[in-house]
Design a protein around this ligand. Structure first.
Ligand SMILES: Cc1cc2nc3c(=O)[nH]c(=O)nc-3n(C[C@H](O)[C@H](O)[C@H](O)COP(=O)(O)O)c2cc1C
Length: 171
């Protein structure tokens, strides 16, 4: 048991370790710009925000080169990763100069935005707002369409590691 007072949390890295006790899913935010350029970044900071209107949000580091492109686009998609998509998560966590899209399978949604294949869910969004969030920016999207596959289980991120939901063997 570790009992940290706020004054003991000396650095952003300490805070990251403590906050990492909160388990999340993993998404890849994707978008295609008007010139056909593809953008994408792995995020764990995805949240459902509002039901009416239907809003979702993720938080992007101010230094993110991918977000520098994403924030200017009218539409984007949230791809919720399945438990076997850890490699894809790492591919889209590379910096924007590398070819994040090499060998990636995707289809365009009705608005032309990239939906990655074999995800647990793909959520089409239009850009709704951007808010300040310290060293991150909060990007809010209005949900315009959702597809999901109830047969798939999610990829999780917990204490800086990918993990999965453990299920009892059936039968
Ligand atoms: C599991 C995981 C979760 C991440 N979550 C976030 C996040 O919520 N926000 C963020 O800005 N970066 C997050 N990152 C880092 C970005 O994916 C990474 O910095 C970015 O894609 C690097 O390229 P860029 O500078 O071109 O954006 C995460 C990385 C991993 C592996």
């Amino acid at each position: 048991m570790s009992d940290l007072a706020l004054s003991d949390i000396a650095s952003p890295d300490d805070l990251k370790v403590s906050i990492g006790n909160y388990c999340s899913g993993v998404v890849i935010v994707t978008a295609r710009d008007p010139d056909g350029g593809l953008h994408g970044m792995t995020c764990q900071s995805f949240h459902s925000l509002s039901l009416d209107p239907p809003l979702v949000a993720y938080f992007a580091g101010r230094g993110s080169r991918s977000y520098a492109a994403l924030r200017n686009l009218d539409r984007f998609a949230i791809n919720v990763l399945a438990e076997d998509q850890e490699d894809l998560a790492m591919q889209f966590a590379r910096s924007a100069g590398s070819d994040k899209w090499a060998d990636v399978s995707w289809t365009a949604d009705r608005f032309g935005q990239p939906h990655l294949a074999d995800c647990i869910a793909n959520i089409s969004c239009s850009t709704y707002a951007e808010y300040e969030g310290g060293d991150h920016l909060i990007h809010v999207g209005r949900v315009t369409a959702i597809t999901h596959d109830p047969r798939r289980a999610p990829l999780l991120f917990f204490r800086s590691q990918f993990t999965r939901i453990e299920r009892e063997a059936s039968g």
